[in-house]
Each structure stands twice: as structure tokens, then as C-alpha cells.
Write a protein that binds this ligand. Structure first.
Ligand SMILES: Cc1cc2nc3c(=O)[nH]c(=O)nc-3n(C[C@H](O)[C@H](O)[C@H](O)COP(=O)(O)OP(=O)(O)OC[C@H]3O[C@@H](n4cnc5c(N)ncnc54)[C@H](O)[C@@H]3O)c2cc1C
Length: 389
């Protein structure tokens, strides 16, 4: 497998420190040597390559931008560069890391008790324990505030009833972060695998994100101890704070998928000839598509870089992250479509990664806030008028 040369049109790398370049190089090497070779089969077979988990733990990928409890304590920029590299392999790999770090470790780190942190964070960081995040329900996706899952206090326990669906890593997880309606409003809970009344079943038949496990979680009079409550996870805003962490990672990650599609199209069209001895890349219509891709990837890199700097400075807003997620997913999806086109019939084959990226990116457009919902967040930010209802 040829090594990825990187995509850097505008001397983007000159913005990065030695340390940031080293973090990216480490992730790049892991992807080129360990991860990328596995994802064609993983996608086709509909399985996640679990053998990658221990090494990702050792490399510090899980909860990379968190401090303490064995976490790597990286900057948000370094974390973003890791996400970019891993999504070059497959959006399912980045999803796995996003869920583990941003949607499971982050809420425990931000909203948990010291005991919850000591118990779970080191194990989640190393990959010895896996987690999932249960917010979406069958009837409440874009509008989680309508959730029906309930937690009712009962002495020193809570009784949980309801169903969550579309949950990444649901059946793999040792611990589920579950959001439920209580007499006190929406709260977050930690529910352990094996708790009576809690089960998970996998969704089958996906044509996108096939290398990622997606499940439904079922709670039927599930009794969990009082200490399962994340004490500071109060209201939907706590769940949304977790989503902001994950969306930031997506905004970086999809650039990796876009780069893989761009680089595949560039090398393919340089090599393939039609109508005489001229490579496809020598035709104006082909160059126009490559020019569009490299321009949008470059703009996406600069957007991601600036949002990471704002996040590191504690100045980022959820609406900034909405722009990053929405824009970079949209351009990555278009890069995948253009690349598929430029590869002609070969573009639909699994010998090339572009059709797989294209299918995966359709999910990335929908999850963690759809394209529409992020447009409404941006719309509210610039008009002051919420237009969700
Ligand atoms: C592979 C995969 C993994 C996932 N992983 C997780 C996970 O780990 N945890 C979790 O909790 N969830 C997860 N999700 C769920 C995901 O977050 C939801 O699918 C997403 O929020 C959209 O909800 P929905 O599918 O119910 O679509 P809907 O909310 O029904 O939306 C359908 C369409 O209507 C549009 N729409 C909705 N409301 C409006 C409006 N007000 N104005 C304009 N348009 C609107 C949407 O933009 C979309 O185009 C996952 C989904 C997938 C596909």
C-alpha cells in the first residue's frame, strides 16, 4: 500500500508545531500500516476490526484531548489531526474513537463523580472497556428533547424504561451513557452491560457505516443504583455539550475522507488515458473537478484549524462547531461524489475507497445533527430567531 503523501496546497503544515506534526505522523503511520488495509473487508463483512483497539489505546487516541486518568492531554488541534488521519481509513473508525472519547469519556470526565472517573476513565482510555452514548430514540432523532425514556427514583435506585436506537457500539459497550427523562428533567446515567432489564440488539442491513456496530438499547424496569447518575449532567444542554465535542472531531475527520478521495482521483486520472496519449488529468473538465476538491479541502482545513484554536483558547461556541461540521461534511461528500465520477466504472468497485467513503459520509451528514439542523443553528446565531419548530 503506498504511503499517504498528505494534502497541503497552501502550506497548511507551516501552521503546525513540531509536536503537532509528530502527532499527525504517528496517527498517519498507524492508519497506513495497521488500519487502512483492514477496512475493505471490514466494510464488506459488516464488522468492526476490534484488533485495532489495544493499539489505539496505547497511542492515546481515546479521550486524547482530556486531562488526567491516563488520558493523553493533547490539544484540540492535535486531537483533530488524529481524527483526520483515522477517517482516511474509514468513517467507522473515526466514529468508534469519537464515541469512546467525546461521547463516553467526556461526559464522565465533565459530569461524573470522582469515583466514576477513577473507575471508568483509565479502562476506557486503554480500550479495556468500551462505551456507547444513548440519546436517539425511534421517534426522536433531530429533536431529542421529546425523548420518552424515563428514569424514576425508587429508594436508593432508579428504574429505567424505554428504548434508544441507532447507537454506535451499543452491543460492544461495557458501559452506556444513557439520557432519560426524570422528575428533575433530562439527566445522564451510566448503565453497565449485564444489568438485569438492559439489553442491546444490532441493526442489520446498513449500506453505510458497515464497519461500525450500530444497535438498539432496550430498558425494561432496569434497576440501576443511585450512584449511576452523572451528578452534573443536568438537562439536554449536558447531552448537547457532549455532541459538540464529537462534532468537532467530525469536522476534522471528514477532511481525511475527502483527502483520500481527492488523492485517489488525482493519481487515477494522471495514470489513465482516453482519447489518445493524454492522461484524463490533462482535460479541462477533469482539472476543474480536482481544482474544486483541493480548494474546498484547503478551506475546510483552515476552518478546522481556526475552530481548534478557538476551542483551545476556551472561546469556541456550539454554533462555530455547527459551521465546521456542516461545511466539512458537505464538501467531503461532494469530493467523494466527484472522485467516484472521475474513476468511471472503477469508482464503484471496492478496489478503491471512494464508494465506501461516499456511502459512509451519507451517515455522517445525518448523525450528530443533520445538515438541516446545523443550518438552523447557524441561522439562529445570525438572526436570533430559532426556526426549529
Ligand atoms: C450509523 C449511525 C450511527 C448513529 N450513532 C448514534 C449514537 O451513537 N448515539 C445516538 O444517540 N444517536 C446516534 N445516531 C442517530 C443520529 O444522531 C440521528 O439519526 C440523527 O440525529 C437524525 O435523526 P433521525 O434519523 O431520527 O432523522 P429525523 O430527525 O427524522 O430527520 C429526518 C430529516 O428531516 C429533517 N428535519 C428534522 N427536523 C427538521 C427541522 N426542524 N427543519 C428542517 N428539517 C428537519 C432532517 O434534517 C432530516 O433530513 C446514529 C445514526 C446513524 C445513521
Amino acid at each position: 500500500m503506498p504511503r499517504f503523501p498528505g494534502v497541503d496546497y497552501l502550506q497548511f503544515d507551516s501552521l503546525l508545531s513540531e509536536q503537532e506534526l509528530l502527532v499527525r505522523q504517528t496517527a498517519r503511520q498507524f492508519v497506513d500500516e495497521q488500519a487502512q488495509p483492514l477496512f475493505k473487508d471490514a466494510f464488506n463483512n459488516g464488522t468492526f476490526p476490534k484488533q485495532l483497539i489495544p493499539q489505539m489505546g496505547e497511542l492515546g487516541f481515546f479521550g486524547a484531548n482530556l486531562e488526567g486518568y491516563g488520558c493523553a492531554g493533547m490539544s484540540n488541534l492535535e486531537y483533530g489531526l488524529i481524527m483526520q488521519e483515522v477517517e482516511r481509513a474509514d468513517s467507522g473508525l473515526r466514529s468508534f474513537i469519537s464515541v469512546q472519547g467525546a461521547l463516553v469519556m467526556y461526559p464522565i470526565h465533565a459530569f461524573g463523580t470522582e469515583e466514576q472517573k477513577q473507575r471508568w476513565l483509565p479502562k476506557l482510555q486503554s480500550g479495556q472497556a468500551l462505551g456507547c452514548f444513548g440519546l436517539t430514540e425511534p421517534d426522536f432523532g433531530s429533536n431529542p428533547s421529546g425523548m420518552l425514556t424515563k428514569a424514576v427514583p425508587d429508594g436508593d435506585h432508579w428504574i429505567l424504561n424505554g428504548e434508544k436506537t441507532w447507537i454506535t457500539n451499543g452491543s460492544l459497550a461495557d458501559i452506556a451513557v444513557v439520557w432519560a427523562r426524570t422528575p428533575d428533567g433530562i439527566r445522564g446515567f451510566l448503565v453497565e452491560k449485564g444489568t438485569p432489564g438492559f439489553s442491546a440488539s444490532d441493526l442489520h442491513g446498513k449500506l453505510s457505516m458497515r464497519a461500525s456496530v450500530t444497535s438498539s438499547l432496550h430498558f425494561s424496569d432496569c434497576r440501576i443504583p443511585c450512584c449511576s447518575l452523572l451528578p452534573e449532567a443536568k438537562g439536554l444542554k449536558a447531552a448537547l455539550a457532549c455532541l459538540s465535542q464529537a462534532r468537532f472531531g467530525i469536522g476534522w475527520g471528514v477532511l481525511g475522507a475527502a483527502m483520500d478521495c481527492y488523492e485517489t482521483a488525482r493519481t487515477y486520472t494522471l495514470a489513465r488515458k482516453q482519447f489518445g496519449d493524454k492522461p484524463l488529468a490533462g482535460h479541462q473538465l477533469v482539472q476543474e473537478k480536482l481544482a474544486w476538491m483541493i480548494t474546498e479541502i484547503t478551506k475546510g482545513q483552515l476552518l478546522a484549524f481556526h475552530v481548534a484554536k478557538l476551542k483551545d483558547a476556551g472561546k469556541v461556541e456550539a454554533a462555530h462547531i455547527s459551521m465546521l461540521k456542516r461545511n466539512n461534511v458537505a464538501i467531503a461528500l461532494e469530493c467523494a461524489r466527484l472522485s467516484r465520477d472521475l474513476l468511471g466504472a472503477n469508482g464503484i468497485m471496492d478496489d478503491y475507497p471512494v464508494m465506501r467513503h461516499l456511502c459512509n459520509l451519507e451517515t455522517v451528514k445525518t448523525y450528530e445533527g443533520t445538515d438541516h439542523i446545523h443550518a438552523l443553528v447557524i441561522g439562529e446565531r445570525v438572526t436570533g430567531i430559532p426556526a426549529y419548530r
